[in-house]
Design a binder for this molecule. Structure first.
Ligand code: NAD
Length: 381
């Protein structure tokens, strides 16, 4: 079939869902590829590089949506794009289906199949398609770089002819995919790095990267994440108090805080409180990766950088992957290509949308005129 990628229409979005490299791989599956002119420009891929990879380049979004049997995108389609969806067409994209009921209804009514990259089950077999993880990895890395860019000192300690420089102290709150990437980046830059998570099983990973896991003086739990499929649930009030007391003690010493704590389908928990911000030294930096879900710090302003009265910079950007558009597009387009590999089992350019396959089933949110979200729980964990 023909796989097409339009230029993203969301303002400021620089990523692209197909790169010249991923197009070469898609062609090996027996497919043809087409992009809208300029689709990869902001990610560093010009039309010529697509043409060299055997990709057809069309002049308009309308032509692209018309030509493609499968449309691969980054952002969920906007109203104009939804209008362009047609019967028998497949759309592969981030969708956020829980918040996009109308889109699902419209797509189902039209007879389009929609595959949500953010619904790929997080099981080992599907890791190669786990776009949430590849984007979170970039966000965690970039959060540290952004913090450094707004911090007036070195990360690593130095003894120089001009004097001794102490190392920066970095605290990462929440050690999921983004948090662990932040920990790795921070330690490799030489900062003294601390990390905390309600899931104690990550302590070992944190320590293996040369950071220190922040243990609480708390008897009952750190919580048992095993009960919730590896995800965090809401902490008990006592646990939360112990956590906040620990952070309060650390705040005056910490130069950079990266918060990434999220609980599925809820607002982000408030973990870095106003009094902690007030206790930080001037010049300190907070990067709040939970900004899109309300922030782990109440003072965070989504998509903005602010400086508090006591000189603490708080960064609430939500577009870190797009700020590294080349890397993000390379990884995301590879996730899409792996999805296409599973959808093309015979490598003959023919799609076999197998709803018996857990991964394909899990990610499919509309199919054969029906909304198929939410999926049944996966058979294998
Ligand atoms: P996430 O983005 O939902 O949350 C980020 C982190 O915040 C989590 O580690 C969570 O425990 C933590 N958190 C929540 N409340 C907190 C609090 N009060 N204080 C401190 N930390 C708090 O998580 P994610 O990065 O998407 O990953 C979640 C889990 O899924 C992890 O166990 C991860 O290893 C697992 N995972 C598995 C696969 C796979 O097997 N294919 C892929 C990706 C992630």
């Amino acid at each position: 079939v023909k796989i097409g990628t339009p230029k993203e229409v969301f303002e400021g979005e620089a990523r692209v869902a197909m790169t010249p490299d991923s197009a070469l791989q898609l062609q090996k599956l027996g497919h043809e590829c087409v992009v809208e002119t300029g689709a990869g420009a902001l990610a560093g891929f010009d039309d010529a590089s697509y043409k060299d990879a055997g990709v057809e380049v069309v002049k308009t979004a309308a032509a692209l949506w018309k030509a493609a049997d499968v449309v691969a995108k980054v952002r969920a389609p906007d109203a104009t794009e939804v209008k362009r969806l047609r019967d028998g067409q497949t759309l592969i994209s981030f969708i956020n289906p829980a918040a996009n009921e109308k889109l699902l209804d419209q797509a189902a009514k039209k007879g389009s199949t929609v595959i949500a990259m953010d619904m790929v089950p997080r099981i080992s077999r599907a890791q190669k398609m786990d776009a949430l993880s590849s984007m979170a990895n970039i966000a965690g890395y970039r959060a540290v770089i952004e913090a450094g860019n707004n911090f007036g000192r070195f990360f690593t300690g130095q003894i120089t002819a001009a004097g001794k420089v102490p190392p920066a102290k970095v605290l990462v709150v929440g050690a999921g995919v983004a948090g662990l990437a932040a920990v790795g980046t921070s330690t490799s830059l030489g900062a003294i790095t601390y990390a905390f998570d309600v899931r104690p099983e990550v302590a070992e990973q944190i320590e293996s990267m040369g950071a220190e896991f922040v243990f609480l003086d708390f008897e009952e739990e750190q919580q048992d994440g095993a009960a919730t499929g590896g995800y965090a649930s809401v902490s008990s009030p006592e646990f939360r108090e112990a956590q906040l007391a620990k952070f309060r003690e650390m705040a005056p010493e910490i130069d950079i805080v990266i918060t990434t704590a999220l609980i599925p389908n809820r607002e982000a928990p408030e973990l870095w409180t106003e009094d902690m911000v007030a206790a930080m030294k001037p010049g300190s930096v907070i990067v709040d990766l939970a900004a899109e879900k309300g922030g782990n710090c109440k003072l965070t302003v989504m998509d903005e950088k602010i400086v508090t009265d006591n000189g603490v910079t708080i960064i609430g950007y939500t577009d870190f992957p797009s700020r590294m558009a080349t890397q993000a597009s390379t990884l995301y387009s590879t996730n899409i290509r792996h999805m296409m590999t599973d959808l093309t089992p015979e490598k003959d350019g023919v799609i076999n949308h197998d709803m018996e396959d857990d991964v394909i089933r899990g990610a499919t949110v509309t199919h054969e005129k029906a909304v198929t979200f939410p999926p049944p729980p996966p058979k294998i964990a």
